[in-house]
Write a protein that binds this ligand. Structure first.
Ligand code: F6R
Ligand code: MG
Ligand code: MG
Length: 380
């Protein structure tokens, strides 16, 4: 059995919240090389999307391993030190605790992990996003694993035809539910259509009994009890041979669908599929970006990556995202560009509400009288 872990954190931005500094990437790469040489990891690759570093790792310790999580924590401490030295922005932003204790749950970094028996050929796509939230994967996961207009295999491939089980988390009440699709499809959509609260955590093939997709589901805002940045999720999807084909897995990203995130984590904006070199959200701290790194895993070794969105067939999605961004931006501080109040994570709302609390009155008559005015009372 092999475990694939993507563990990610924002440990400082260059410039502002837009990218990771090359010296931080070098520090992380050196740590991963040492861990491979020391046989903690079978293999590892360091990638970035926006201001988040992702450690893509294979090992034999299973999910939630103290060894692997503490290695990631120490690596993020190292990149934080580099960020501090260079005065980079928000150094150590996602390291919410002073000390590591057991595993990363509730400590700030996000992670998607899965243990599986490696198939003779094991194609996997790792998706990394910046300036959005874990529910951003709901729409593509629905399309990949439940929508025959996206995935022809749901109709044509007998193994896919049997359907998939979706494990969905309620992030507010910390509980999980399993939806058996296609039977439960309409029920499931009622929930995952609200991605700020309900998030697909994993997807399992019914025919193969194999987990096909796993996502990171932490909500930093809830962990920290205050806004500390959007969660900037990761996920990976195993492909082919009874699971969705690579092209079916990438297809949902040909549409720049709207996600919560962008500026101050408080706006709806289109997600833009980009090659790694373009994953630097700048305009209005957006549009939110997604990068897709493809690997073949062989004896636990990560053969790759291939930068899957470095492909002109995603140009139209990028153009569409830019057009949608123009459209939404013109709403300024109005919904639906600005998130609804209950989802605003970075807000002066409580302070403003407090300040004007005693100015509210029951609606019983006009507050501003409209009777005859003298010239003296008129404002010009
Ligand atoms: C969004 C994000 C940025 C910041 C914004 C303000 O996830 O990280 O949009 O919220 O740049 O940042 P501060 O408050 O650090 O100045
Ligand atoms: Mg940041
Ligand atoms: Mg980020």
């Amino acid at each position: 059995m092999i475990t694939l872990s993507i563990i990610k954190a924002d440990t400082g931005g260059f410039v502002g919240h837009s990218a990771v500094h090359p010296d931080m990437m070098d520090g992380a790469r050196r740590a991963v090389q040492r861990a491979v040489a020391g046989e903690l990891l079978v293999d590892g690759h360091v990638a970035a999307c926006g201001d988040d570093i992702s450690l893509i790792m294979t090992h034999t310790y299973g999910p939630d391993s103290q060894l692997i999580h503490s290695f990631a924590w120490d690596t993020f401490k190292t990149t934080t030190a580099v960020a501090r030295e260079l005065g980079l922005y928000g150094a150590g932003q996602d390291l919410l605790s002073d000390a590591f204790s057991g595993n990363l749950r509730g400590m700030g970094p996000g992670y998607a992990e899965l243990e599986f028996e490696e198939r003779p050929s094991e194609p996997v796509i790792c998706f990394l996003a910046d300036k959005t939230e874990p529910g951003a994967w709901n729409l593509p996961l629905y399309k990949i694993f439940a929508d025959p207009f996206n995935s022809a295999g749901l109709v044509i491939d007998t193994k896919m035809h049997a359907g998939f089980l979706f494990e969905v988390y309620d992030l507010y009440e910390e509980k999980a539910v399993l939806f058996d699709c296609p039977t439960d499809l309409y029920d499931m959509l009622m929930f995952i259509g609200a991605p700020a609260r309900y998030v697909v955590h994993s997807v399992r093939s019914k025919a193969l009994g194999e987990v096909a997709a796993a996502t990171s589901t932490q909500r930093l805002s809830l962990i920290a009890g205050k806004y500390v940045g959007k969660d900037d999720p990761v996920m990976f999807v195993r492909c082919q041979s009874g699971l969705p084909a690579v092209g079916e897995v990438l297809e949902p990203f040909s549409f720049g669908y709207t996600v919560g995130g962008a500026m101050r984590g408080s706006h709806h904006a289109p997600i833009m599929p980009v090659p790694a070199e373009d994953a630097h959200p700048a305009r209005f701290d957006g549009p939110p970006r997604v990068v897709a790194l493809g690997f073949q895993i062989k004896d636990g070794k990560l053969i790759g990556p291939r930068d899957m969105f470095a492909d002109p067939s995603f140009d139209e999605a990028r153009r569409q995202a830019n057009r949608a961004m123009d459209y939404l931006r013109r709403h300024g501080p109005f919904e639906p560009h600005r998130l609804p109040l209950e989802d605003l994570e970075y807000t002066t709302m409580p302070a403003i509400a407090d300040r004007i609390a005693d100015r509210w009155t029951p609606i019983s008559g006009p507050l501003v009288t409209t009777g005859p005015q003298t010239d003296a009372g008129r404002t010009r």
